[in-house]
Every structure is written in structure tokens, then in C-alpha cells.
Design a protein around this ligand. Structure first.
Ligand code: ADP
Length: 549
């Protein structure tokens, strides 16, 4: 038996504290305005005010019990003689419908489609746990936020499931409506599922459902003729099948929201894996600055997630460039060296950046891990060594950050990977079978390890070998250097074949990226991607190549 979530203390807001900015929407029973709320302590905050024609607390009641990242947040209420307004977080980019209209017949990129298909489903999963049916799932009721996320709004006719099976008095929008509601006025628990599939159809096609048709015609087609929206030929098979399942007349045969989410995630993964091999277009290439008279030796590359700057670990002179290849800073690698030590004893090898983009970290042949701020100023260094390793000075090479933002440092002498906090304090070590020359952490937390001339390995966080990667041509082709994990994909820069090999996290070979222009000595040494996966950066001994899909 469903229970009502008790109404939370609702923030009472005074109408006088709101300043009108503009009207942003019009519903059947409401008008929506952008307003500035002069908060007594926080100052001005932009909000959306949904002014209801009459004082009806149903929507307020339901929304006050909801808290989900993909549901428009209720901030408070204005409940005064002349005004009854729900004060909502403002979703600046309007509704999904207007967003799709703005594409002018175009459609979402595959990545955005899958992201939004999942984001549109998540609130329905949450509502199911709360025994709620939204009842009015449609593209005009999903809002787009400034940071490009979807949020479900308009809970004006949402209902608890125990109240819903039976008569549905309010009519939802016919373009998204399941046949049971047309025919018998019955609201099934899978009602929102039917409408959800219409929303993903809109996202896939960019079109308006049953464009130009009158409600009676839609009802007749959907119910009598059992007609459904035409699914485009190029729609990926799992999504096509999903829509068909969601549009079954018998609601009991429609998939659950949990099944839908898992189909979407699997299809997204499959598409991503297919796409990763390109074709990538060379967007730009820039030569690295290097010390005159010395050979250029760049081995590691990392992209700063906050400003997309590109850091290159380069013997004698590690550097930071803008995303366009303009030189910005050099990291003074001589800093921290003992007096009398030569620059040559400090050869930076790998570089990583913390997620905030404030610290560059470098492994260096002086056996130190060196840290620099975002302006490339030296901020300190620490030694990485494993207390259990047999004696001998460490030879630090591989470097990666794990999901807890701890640093993994590969010591090729003792074949240990040491885990440290960012201040250098030691946490633990694992022993691996090969020299951890370059390392990367997969989305599942496993570690990919490469050693030159050996097949790369995927090891668990305790060091157990989970898989050895197979080269498509033959084992002798392996001479791997840099490795990078993007979502569930592993990219490896391989010298012998002069390309980037792509694998799934489970070690399945997905294909390779035949990056152009690699002739000796321009061998691929390092590989990285921007966080959105839209740019691929490959570093060679003396240049950086930036590719886009
Ligand atoms: P109704 O319940 O009367 O249909 P809605 O809640 O659907 O009203 O809002 C109508 C329109 O107002 C939406 O389609 C959207 O364009 C706009 N809107 C509603 N809430 C917001 C919000 N939080 N941020 C931005 N725009 C909104």
C-alpha cells in the first residue's frame, strides 16, 4: 500500500521579495515567469515562479516530497491572497520540446541522446520507488538546465499509484498518451513508460509526435488502428526494440523502468565502443618547445579538466599549452634537485592533473613525484617507494589518479604500484608482473599497466591479473607506451604499429585509431582525451596531435 511522504516544511516566500523578469511559459492552469528572488541573506537568486490560476496544493504536496537530480526542485511557495505560486529552480534553457525545435530538423548527437534518454528515465525510476505516476510525461515537461541536464517538472496531475488504477479524470496530452487512457480512462502503472518512449522518439528524430494531427485522429490511429510513431531506419536496434516494447497495447507487457535504463546504458556503451575508432579528423598539430641541443622526448600527456590546457611531460622541460597549442608555461624540473645534480638526472615521464585542475603531478627519473600548480609553479615533491619492496632505489614511471583521487605511482625497479594521498603520504602498494611504465585506471577501478615490448595487462586493485591484452596482428607487435581510460574504453599508444589501439574494459579489442603523420621519430608516446570524449590528443616524442570526431 502506497503511503504519502509527509509534506516537508515548505519555504514561505513573500511576493514582495520577487521581482518580475519575464514570462517563460504558459500551461493549462498556470503561467510561468522568470523572477529574481531577493533572498534575505543570500541576495538575488533567479527562479521560476509557477503561478496557478487557483489555489490548488496538490502539486505542491507532491513536489515537496521529491528530491532527485533530474527533477525540478521546489524552492518554496508564495501563498497570499492574490497569488499562489510554486517557486522552482530555474531551468534556463527552457523545455526539451523547445530545445528540439531549436535544432531545426536536426537531432541530438548520439552521446547527448543516450545521456538524456537516461536522464529522462531516472526520475521515473525514482517516482516508481515513491509509488507515484507522473501522468504527464512529455517533452514540454522536461526542462534543460544551463549545464545541459534534463529535469522533469510539472507534477500538476501526478498521482500515487493506489489512487490511479481506476478512473483518470484529468486528460494528459494525447500525443504521448497510452491507449488504455484513451479507451477506458484507466491509468496503468506502466502509463508513464508509454509516454517516455514517445519522448525518446522525439529526441531521436527531433520531430513532433503526430505533427498536424487532431487529437481525435491520434486517438483513432493509436487505439483502433494500433498505429505507432514511425521509428527511423537508422535507429539503433536496441532502441528501436525498446520503443516497440514500451508501446505495447497490453501495459503488462511493457518493460519496467529498470529494464529500460539497463537497455539504454548497454546501447550507449555499444555505440560509444563502435564510435571510438573514428574516423577521427586531425584538427591541429603543434610542435613542442624543447631545449636546444637536446633531443625532444615527450612521453606523457594530460588534459586539464577545468580549462582544457594540455600538459606534456617532456624530458628536461615539461610544459603546459592551451588547447589550441599556444605555449603557456614550463614546469621547472630542476626545482627540488639536490645541489650539483644535473638537469639530465631529472627526466619527467608521466603527467596527470587533479579533477579540479589545480595541480599537475609528474613522475620524474630523479625518483620524485613533483607537483606544480595550475600556473606550472613548483609546489613540492615527494618520494614514492614501497616499504615491502626489496632494496634498490625506485625507478618511477607510471602515474595515474584513481577514483578516490589518490595517486598511483609505478616503480619499474620493484614492479610495485604505490598508492599515495595527494600530499604524498603513503597508503599501500600492489605487486605487478610487469614494469608499470604507464598506467591508467578504468571506470571500474581496475588498473591497466603497460611495459615496453610486452602485452599490456589489466590488473585488479589488489594486483591480480584480470586480463592480458591481445594485439590483433600478433604479440610481437606490442610496444605500448601511454595508456588512457575514457569511460569504459581503454586507449593504448603503440610504437610498433604506430597507432592507438582501443579495448573495452573487459579486454575486448574494439579496433584502432589510425592516427596520421607518425613517422620516426614521431612515434605515439602518450594519449589522452578531453572529458567529453570529443577530442583525442596524441603526443609523439616532439609534437601533439589533436583529433576530433
Ligand atoms: P502547466 O502545469 O500549467 O502545464 P508547466 O509546469 O508544464 O505548466 O510549465 C509550462 C512551461 O513553463 C514549460 O513547458 C516550460 O517551458 C516553462 N517552465 C516551467 N517550469 C520551468 C522551470 N522551472 N524553469 C524554466 N521554465 C519552466
Amino acid at each position: 500500500m502506497a503511503t504519502h511522504t509527509p509534506v516537508k516544511q515548505i519555504n514561505q516566500i513573500k511576493r514582495n521579495d520577487l521581482k518580475f523578469v519575464k514570462q517563460i511559459g504558459e500551461g493549462g492552469f498556470s503561467s510561468v515567469y522568470q523572477m529574481t528572488w531577493i533572498h534575505p541573506s543570500l541576495g538575488p537568486i533567479e527562479i521560476a515562479a509557477k503561478k496557478l490560476i487557483k489555489r490548488d496544493v496538490k502539486e505542491l504536496d507532491i513536489m515537496s516530497g521529491l528530491d532527485h537530480p533530474n527533477i525540478v526542485k521546489l524552492i518554496g511557495v508564495v501563498d497570499e491572497l492574490m497569488d499562489f505560486m510554486l517557486i522552482l529552480e530555474l531551468c534556463n534553457r527552457g523545455s526539451l520540446r523547445s530545445y528540439l525545435q531549436g535544432l531545426n530538423g536536426g537531432r541530438l548527437s548520439d552521446q547527448q541522446f543516450y545521456d538524456w534518454a537516461e536522464q529522462a528515465a531516472r526520475p521515473l525510476e525514482y517516482l516508481k520507488q515513491k509509488h507515484l505516476v507522473h501522468k504527464d510525461v512529455k517533452s514540454p515537461n522536461y526542462m534543460v538546465t544551463t549545464d545541459n541536464n534534463l529535469k522533469l517538472g510539472d507534477f500538476g496531475i501526478a498521482k500515487f499509484i493506489d489512487q490511479t488504477v481506476g478512473n483518470a479524470t484529468e486528460t494528459a496530452s494525447c500525443r504521448w498518451m497510452a491507449p488504455e487512457l484513451f479507451v477506458k480512462g484507466i491509468l496503468s502503472p506502466k502509463y508513464d513508460i508509454f509516454a517516455y518512449a514517445v519522448v525518446i522518439w522525439e529526441m531521436r528524430t527531433g520531430k513532433y509526435p503526430f505533427e498536424g494531427l487532431e487529437p481525435q485522429v491520434i486517438a483513432w490511429r493509436v487505439c483502433q488502428k494500433k498505429e505507432r510513431l514511425p521509428i527511423p531506419e537508422d535507429c539503433p536496434r536496441p532502441i528501436k526494440d525498446l520503443m516497440k516494447q514500451c508501446w505495447k497495447t497490453d501495459w503488462k507487457k511493457r518493460p519496467s523502468i529498470e529494464e529500460i535504463i539497463s537497455v539504454i546504458k548497454a546501447a550507449a556503451k555499444e555505440t560509444r565502443q563502435k564510435q571510438i575508432t573514428g574516423p577521427w579528423k586531425l584538427e591541429r598539430k603543434f610542435e613542442l618547445q624543447f631545449v636546444p641541443g637536446k633531443r625532444s622526448r615527450a612521453y606523457g600527456i594530460a588534459v586539464n579538466p577545468s580549462n582544457r590546457d594540455v600538459a606534456v611531460a617532456h624530458w628536461w622541460s615539461s610544459q603546459v599549452y592551451t588547447n589550441n597549442g599556444e605555449y603557456k608555461h614550463s614546469m621547472d624540473t630542476l626545482q627540488g634537485l639536490e645541489p650539483g645534480m644535473e638537469g639530465e638526472t631529472s627526466r619527467p615521464f608521466q603527467v596527470t592533473v587533479n579533477p579540479q585542475g589545480t595541480t599537475y603531478i609528474i613522475t620524474d627519473s630523479s625518483n620524485h613525484v613533483k607537483c606544480y600548480d595550475s600556473q606550472a609553479h613548483f609546489t613540492g615533491q615527494w618520494v614514492s617507494s614501497c616499504p615491502h619492496a626489496s632494496s634498490g632505489s625506485p625507478w618511477l614511471r607510471g602515474l595515474a589518479m584513481d577514483h578516490e583521487e589518490h595517486l598511483l605511482v609505478g616503480d619499474c625497479n620493484s614492479k610495485h604500484i604505490n598508492r599515495h594521498r595527494q600530499d604524498g603520504s603513503y597508503l599501500s602498494s600492489i605487486k605487478v608482473g610487469i614494469e608499470p611504465t604507464c598506467i591508467a585506471v578504468t571506470s571500474q577501478g581496475a588498473i591497466v599497466v603497460t611495459e615496453i615490448f610486452k602485452p599490456p595487462q589489466i590488473v585488479s586493485s589488489t594486483g591480480q591479473v584480470m586480463c592480458t591484452l591481445k594485439h590483433p596482428v600478433g604479440e610481437s607487435q606490442w610496444n605500448p607506451y601511454g595508456v588512457y581510460c575514457h569511460e569504459d574504453i581503454i586507449l593504448i599508444a603503440n610504437h610498433t604499429t604506430r597507432n592507438i589501439l582501443c579495448y573495452s574494459e573487459s579486454g575486448k579489442y574494439l579496433g584502432d585509431i589510425p592516427v596520421s603523420g607518425f613517422h620516426s621519430p614521431k612515434l605515439p608516446t602518450g594519449v589522452a582525451m578531453t572529458a567529453d570524449g570529443k577530442k583525442l590528443l596524441v603526443c609523439t616524442l616532439r609534437s601533439v596531435h589533436v583529433y576530433s570526431l
